[in-house]
Design a protein around this ligand. Structure first.
Ligand code: ZN
Length: 186
């Protein structure tokens, strides 16, 4: 990631806005903005490979649903470069392998820390669990508030966007799907 380039670019944005980038209050702003983007979009500069995020697995005979609810999500909408935040609910029914719960949260962050749309983020999380663990099924639901919608445009404060991706038994088995939905709405 080229922080200097982000700084230079943000100076140009300030100039474009008719601001004076050299006035006292703005002097360090391009540098702060560059560091902020580096943090919020750290997935772009991470060396971690997709297939390694859920690589630490345990063999376990457990064939009921495992659900991690209310995982905090912070991402950047790639259309407006404003944040969207909310929660992810991630569940799977194992084949014969499970992962630590912190790894599921890590999978959410891995994809969230880059320019995103909520639909793709939801799908990427579900497909990573599916390909890494070969479970019987995966269910991912994201509920997020988009700043690009709440502070500009139609300004619908408080509106929440829901997206879901269901794979395997979560898609084909109505009981599994109902259990998932009832647990996340509990
Ligand atoms: Zn947006």
């Amino acid at each position: 990631m080229d922080l200097k380039k982000i700084e230079d670019g943000f100076r140009i944005i300030l100039e474009g806005l008719g601001e004076d980038p050299d006035r006292e209050g703005l002097l360090k702003t391009p540098e702060r903005v560059a560091k902020m983007y580096a943090e919020l979009l750290s997935g772009l500069s991470s060396n971690e490979k997709e297939e390694n995020v859920l690589a630490t697995q345990f063999v376990e005979k457990y064939d009921e649903m495992i659900l991690l609810r209310d995982i905090p999500v912070t991402s950047i909408c790639e259309h407006h470069f404003l944040p969207f935040t909310g929660v992810a609910h991630v569940a799977y029914v194992p084949g014969n392998r499970i992962v630590g719960l912190s790894k599921l949260a890590r999978a959410v962050d891995f994809y969230a820390r880059r320019p995103q749309v909520q639909e793709r983020l939801t799908t990427q999380i579900a497909e990573l669990i599916h390909s890494s663990l070969e479970p019987k099924g995966v269910g991912v639901v994201l509920a997020c508030t988009h700043t690009c919608m709440t502070i500009r445009g139609i300004q619908k404060t408080g509106s929440v966007m829901f997206t879901s991706k269901l794979i395997g038994s979560f898609k084909s088995n109505a009981t599994t799907r109902a259990e998932f939905m009832s647990l996340i709405n509990h």
